[in-house]
Design a protein around this ligand. Sequence first.
Ligand code: ZN
Length: 378
Amino acid sequence: MHSCCKGCLTSCRLFLYLVLWALAFYLAGCSGPQAVEREPGMTEAELREMLKIDFHDHIDALPAAGEAAFIGKLREHNLKWLTIATVGTQWQGLQQQINVAETLHARYPQQVAWITSFNLENWGETGWESSAVRQVGEGFAAGAVGVKVWKDIGMVLRDPDSSFVMIDDPRFDPVFEYIESRGKTLVAHIGEPRNCWLPLDSMTVNNDRAYFAENPQYHAYLHPEIPYYWEHIRARDRVLEKHPGLRMVGCHLGSLEFDVDELARRFDKYPNFAVDLAARICHLQVQDRDKVRDFCIKYQDRLLYGTDLAVDSTCVGSGMTRALELIEATYSRDYQYFATDDEMEVPEVNGKFHGLALPAAVLKKIFYGNAGKWYPGI
Ligand SMILES: [Zn+2]
């Protein structure tokens, strides 16, 4: 062979190797997102069977006659309820919720965990701070894994000069510092969905329309004196800035339900901030499906499944039957939404959308695994 041809052959081989190397590199680069897509999912039946926690519920009362059926329903779903005692401005009702939660947690530790709260009826009185810290400490002694603050801070509670008390008020600092010192979690439902500041016919989901029609006292659109939506969000963000060591779970997608980008910005900024999904899953269902799915995968460590389901004194006989039917329907829909990519319809949303078909590893975290980080000891 002519030496020139040998050279050509070598060059050709070199070129071929280069092409193959580039092709391999390209395919390797493509395998990232494909690998995510290929991650194994989970069927609805598998999600139903899996050990789970519903991180946001309310047991206001549980009549003895309904207890076995209710606990049986939770066991059927392999589910624990985190029941949240709430509304400090209604101290008597709050105490009743605390008593019920303590009793049921002691009786059914595998099915019921709980969150305590503190009195706000004595706000501004001498000794408020020490009594709030004592109440919170008593809750921890009875097994509470966190402390709830509710939207009455910012929307109802006022100082004598009639100004609204916001969540970043320095008078709350000793309580927050105590929660942090005990390694517990602040559970914050601050503000409301952005829909609350809109007229009923402009709201994006049907359940907000129904709630604010039934509860006009909380419909901020009708009460211009109530601080605007972003004032609540900013006050909550200032608490995160002031107490970087305090673990906070924002209820209801942290009241930033309308846009996953808003939540993503806070997750990036505040490493000790997570949110539950309670009563706001429909707000994910009205956003772009693929964007929501990417968000759930990226922030899988910061999301906690929750429903805001409740049982109360009406849950006897047919009342309990209706409550159990609602529980069953809610969980069934949510399993379908998170585990499959089925086309779906739900009462809260006008129109159809697709399920998220999240990878099994992500479902395990959102429905259970994140408990260890956000609610130690649950
Ligand atoms: Zn709730």
